[in-house]
Design a protein around this ligand. Structure first.
Ligand code: XIL
Length: 297
């Protein structure tokens, strides 16, 4: 096939991009997105600050706009993210104890219930671990204790029994202390019947990233009985950019339970990074990395 989405679909996978609604009115952006990708994720508009700016008052306008745009074009939608230490609305940051717990559970119920049937997977919890494998000392961790991640997954399962429920993080591109801590959590969840279906590997990396254990790491998670997804892929500019993209793509293709890849943006023009890390340049031209990815799918 001649596009990323169609090539991924040949093996039952998806190839997606993170999207900011404000760019959908730019013809080159919208045309590239619709032509090349078969999945989208909201870059910001489904996060807690966007969806619940005041306690119990939900605002789904941005997320709904993206869902409608994608569905009109036959594209799938990933959900990102229900609970995260960053991009919380101000009112959440001041909560303690049971009030924070109730806010988290109510948020998950409200958002996951609203998008039931529209998103195929949720990043239920994002970035809860540190590099050394310890828990990040967020307000959630400090106020709610170790059980908060399990509580979040159980609440998401109750609100939307059909979406696949993922844990998502960065710095997990090798077999290392951080990925092993997450691995141990997933193994524990599976052994106790805590609802978790997938692990997202953000894969925000550099052109010279050491990916020697990348595929083996994906595979060890898959062997626990969860799907794995590349959820936020971008690779800094440099001579190894195209080869690094190829390595990540080949790793996903080699792991049967790697269900798809999402790049964190369409064009270098609008990346959250300043090192031109995406597959299309600022003029929407296909980069070398685009061609290595397409060939590897
Ligand atoms: C980033 C967005 O790209 C930016 O627009 C925003 O200002 C900050 O968040 N890990 C994640 C994403 O899970 O949600 C982050 O997205 C990038 C890092």
């Amino acid at each position: 096939a001649t596009t990323l989405g169609a090539s991924a679909a040949e093996s039952g996978r998806y190839f997606g991009a993170a999207v900011s609604n404000q760019y959908l009115s730019e013809a080159a952006y919208a045309n590239t997105l619709a032509a090349e990708f078969n999945s989208v994720v909201a870059e910001n508009s489904m996060k807690w600050d966007a969806t619940e700016p005041n306690p119990g008052q939900f605002n789904f306008s941005g997320g709904d706009q993206l869902v409608n745009w994608a569905q009109a074009r036959g594209m799938k939608v990933r959900g990102h993210t229900l609970v995260w230490h960053a991009q919380q609305p101000g009112w959440v940051q001041n909560l303690t104890g049971q009030n924070l717990r109730n806010a988290m559970l109510n948020h998950i119920a409200g958002v996951a219930n609203h998008y039931e049937g529209d998103v195929f997977a949720w990043d239920v919890v994002n970035e809860a671990f540190e590099w050394d494998g310890s828990r990040r000392q967020s307000n959630l961790q400090q106020q709610l204790g170790n059980g908060w991640i399990e509580e979040a997954f159980r609440a998401a399962d109750a609100a939307d029994p059909t979406a696949r429920l993922c844990y998502n993080d960065y710095g997990t591109d090798a077999i290392n202390a951080k990925s092993t801590a997450i691995y141990n959590m997933v193994r524990d969840f599976k052994s106790r019947g805590v609802p978790i279906d997938c692990v997202g590997f953000q894969t925000h990396i550099a052109a010279n990233e050491n990916l020697s254990s990348y595929q083996a790491n994906l595979q060890r998670f898959a062997d626990l009985g969860v799907d794995v997804e590349i959820t936020e892929l971008d690779v800094g500019q440099g001579s190894g950019q195209a080869a690094t993209y190829e390595t990540v793509t080949r790793a996903c293709m080699a792991v049967a339970r790697c269900t798809g890849i999402t790049v964190w943006g369409v064009t270098d023009k609008y990346s959250w990074r300043d090192d031109n890390p995406l597959l299309f340049d600022g003029n929407y031209q296909k980069k070398a990395a685009y061609h290595t990815v397409l060939a590897a799918l």
